[in-house]
Design a protein around this ligand. Structure first.
Ligand code: PLP
Length: 377
């Protein structure tokens, strides 16, 4: 049967091609031009971020955070196991040992209650992931980090426009990392941003961003020539990517409003089944806002989830599972010497994401939820 409701469909606001044309006609399409500045300023002003640097991905932003934190061989970095590869990979590239930690029982986010036992004198950094755009308990994470002298990076790839006790995510840890990959709320194909919240890292962040040179200072007229001053890479996107992103950012409120309406429609239609214990839906902690990045349910077992995926697929609906626990991945399993992480494994086996995109219609949500009810009846 052909798919009639895909899992994701990139939404275009209508201005993307106009802005790309403007960028092309301006004669400047390499990085850090007018559209890059506009995107960075918009994010800084809207969310009060200290400094935003656009990157070509969230993976790049995480790599910059790892380099800025000075992570190297012998250092340990705490990362949740139930996350995307990049959350760990960015630190593995620096030679760190990854200490994978478990999720909470009620949510894929890190279980901060059991984290302290995993901190050693070699621990340098804590990476929190705001799964589905739902905040981790950042007051507790930051207190723990301060007590043990750790730096904190927020993997806010899914967390644009979400808050913790009213504070924008990505702006609380020392570093915040966003993704604008086509599967996220705000997109530019492949793209991301690094948020630098601690002044100690500001100057070096710009240097790493522009291939280890102080070119940004040169263009501001702060130095009269620029050169190679540090390590770095080419982390900045071209103006073509920034132009696309600016069109999306200008529509952020409409995109968010639409996604929240869809999210609420799912919750209304599936709440009773969750209350009957057929599956688990995500409770939002009181400190977290909902940015409607994802709507998921957690099935009781891998078998049940596979059967539900097949049932939906038979009716043209594409629902998809998410991460496999990274501590069990082919790359890291041989290196992993920590405890069992049962909650991460349970989300790896049971979590199912339902279609969620701007152009999804309420009638289609009716259909999806009807098929889910049929499965559980
Ligand atoms: C999407 C995602 C990433 C990677 O983002 P890219 O922009 O594709 O590099 C990293 N972490 C999490 C939690 C993600 O959801």
């Amino acid at each position: 049967m052909k798919t009639s409701i895909p899992f994701n469909k990139p939404f275009l606001t209508g201005n993307e091609l106009d802005y790309i044309r403007q960028a092309v006609e301006s004669g400047k399409i390499s990085g850090n031009g007018a559209f890059t500045q506009k995107c960075q300023r918009l994010l800084e002003e809207r969310y009060g971020f200290r400094k935003v640097l656009l990157t070509t991905s969230c993976t790049d932003a995480l790599e910059m955070a790892a380099m800025l934190a000075g992570i190297g061989p012998g250092d340990e970095v705490i990362v949740p196991s139930f996350t995307f590869v990049s959350t760990a990979l960015a630190f593995v590239r620096q030679g760190a040992k990854i200490v994978f930690a478990d999720s909470r029982a009620d949510h894929p986010n890190l279980d901060l209650d059991r984290l302290e036992a995993r901190i050693t004198p070699r621990t340098k950094m804590l990476v929190v992931v705001h799964y589905a755009g739902v905040a981790c308990d950042m007051d507790r994470a930051m207190a723990l980090a301060e007590k043990h002298g750790l730096l904190v990076a927020e993997d806010a790839a899914q967390a644009i426009d979400a808050t913790y006790r009213g504070r924008p995510l990505g702006g609380i840890g020392h570093f915040g990392c966003f993704s604008f990959h086509e599967t996220k709320n705000i997109i530019t194909g492949e793209g991301g941003a690094l948020i630098v919240n601690d002044d100690r890292f500001l100057r070096r962040a710009e240097i790493l961003w522009e291939k280890g040179t102080n070119r940004a200072e040169f263009f501001r007229g702060e130095v009269n020539k620029y050169g190679w001053v540090d390590v770095g890479s080419s982390f900045l996107p071209s103006e073509i990517i920034a132009a696309f992103l600016f069109a999306q950012l200008e529509h952020l409120e409409a995109i968010q409003a639409r996604r929240k309406a869809l999210w609420n429609a799912y919750a209304e239609r599936l709440g009773d089944l969750a209350r009957q214990g057929r599956f688990q839906l995500h409770d939002l902690p009181a400190y977290a806002s909902n940015n409607a990045h994802m709507f998921y349910l957690v099935c009781a077992s891998l078998e049940e989830r596979s059967a539900l995926i097949a049932h939906l697929k038979k009716h043209g609906i594409l629902a998809v599972f998410h991460y496999l626990s990274l501590h069990k991945s082919p790359y890291y399993a041989p290196l992993y010497d920590g405890p069992e992480l049962p909650n991460a494994d349970r989300f790896a086996d049971g979590l199912l994401r339902l279609p969620m995109y701007y152009d999804l219609e309420i009638a289609q949500i009716d259909e999806i939820c009807g098929r889910i009810r049929e499965f559980y009846s």
